[in-house]
Design a protein around this ligand. Structure first.
Ligand SMILES: [Zn+2]
Length: 82
């Protein structure tokens, strides 16, 4: 199961279907050089995988204090705060 919190960028959790970069590796240009940005199809695949894994309402953000990414799931059955 891809871990969206362990890489420098969450999208790196999934491999790229366009340039065939493995999970954890940055996208490559056809020349073999590092691409400036991650490929769109990889970002979309990562989105779909993230939603399947964590739910449509979950978000991921970088926690500078911890120095790592954190998945924030929405507590759908949390008691209402009054
Ligand atoms: Zn790519």
């Amino acid at each position: 199961m891809p871990d969206f919190t362990r890489h420098k960028h969450p999208v790196l959790a999934v491999p790229c279907g366009e340039c065939r970069a493995a999970a954890g590796a940055w996208c490559k240009r056809p020349s073999g050089h590092r691409a400036a940005d991650l490929h769109l199809c990889r970002r979309m695949a990562a989105d779909r995988t993230f939603v399947t894994q964590h739910g449509a309402d979950a978000t991921i953000r970088y926690d500078a204090d911890l120095g790592r990414w954190q998945v924030e799931a929405v507590e759908t059955c949390a008691p209402a705060v009054s």
